[in-house]
Ligand binder design. Structure first.
Ligand code: FAD
Length: 206
């Protein structure tokens, strides 16, 4: 069977790997970026560690799967009548069976100003922008007493707060004495609850 998958995230990759086990399947995976982005580790890349901690090249994942072909392209149109996809590159892709696994986009829930002024960490570009801001505050302006506010105390917000407190600010501490305060806000009453004893929430008690 010829199966085309759009999206090289968790869903698309998992589907491709499973379907490729059947050697009679020909799998085509189309993604708009050449690497799989491991979202759970983004907080680490955003707080001073290498972006390579959260990026895995798709070529590496499928190197040993001869029946999986990877194309880097952004799908722009889907023509169901003749089972064809068209990419931004101008290429067309025929499919027998189609899997759409294109993920989601960040929502700011219509809160005015957030999209313009907040720093995201969901892409390499967003992470670079945040790091640039932190390094500028510390290295150029010697501003070590700013308040950085993390909105959202789920696993990512909590880990940013915890590792932000020991990661990026340590660059500042070695340059001068000062404090960077990080607050975590969430609409509920507790941070990262119900996630077991090893979860980042426990750090807040310490
Ligand atoms: C910061 C963060 C931390 C998270 N931590 C956890 C965690 O600890 N545990 C957990 O279970 N879940 C976690 N999640 C949620 C989890 O990452 C998502 O549920 C999961 O990524 C969804 O998988 P997906 O394949 O649907 O989408 P994605 O992983 O987003 O993949 C979609 C892919 O499609 C590509 N794409 C989109 N549009 C096109 C197009 N037009 N053409 C070609 N390609 C396209 C995208 O570039 C992307 O590669 C986290 C999410 C975030 C943002």
């Amino acid at each position: 069977m010829q199966i085309t998958i759009v999206g090289g995230g968790f869903g698309g990759i998992r589907a491709a790997l499973k379907l490729a086990r059947d050697k009679s399947n020909e799998v085509t995976l189309i993604s708009d970026r050449p690497e799989f982005q491991y979202y759970p580790a983004l907080y680490s890349s955003a707080t001073g560690h290498s972006h390579l901690e959260s990026w895995v090249p798709l070529g590496e994942i499928f190197a040993e799967h001869q029946n999986v072909k990877v194309h880097i392209d952004t799908i722009e149109t889907l023509q169901v009548s003749d089972k064809t996809l068209r990419g931004k590159s101008g290429a067309t892709y025929k499919y027998d069976t189609l899997v759409l696994a294109m993920g989601v986009v960040t929502t700011y829930f219509g809160i005015p100003g957030l999209e313009t002024y907040a720093y995201g960490i969901k892409s390499e570009a967003e992470i670079k922008r945040l790091k640039q801001r932190l390094y500028t505050d510390i290295a150029e302006h010697h501003e070590l007493d700013r308040n950085y506010v993390v909105i959202g105390a789920g696993p990512t917000g909590a880990m940013i707060a915890v590792t932000g407190g020991g990661g990026v600010p340590s660059v500042g501490r070695s340059a001068a004495s000062g404090v960077i305060a990080i607050a975590v806000c969430r609409s509920g009453s507790t941070a990262v609850d119900n996630n077991g004893p090893d979860h980042p929430g426990r750090y807040f008690n310490e």
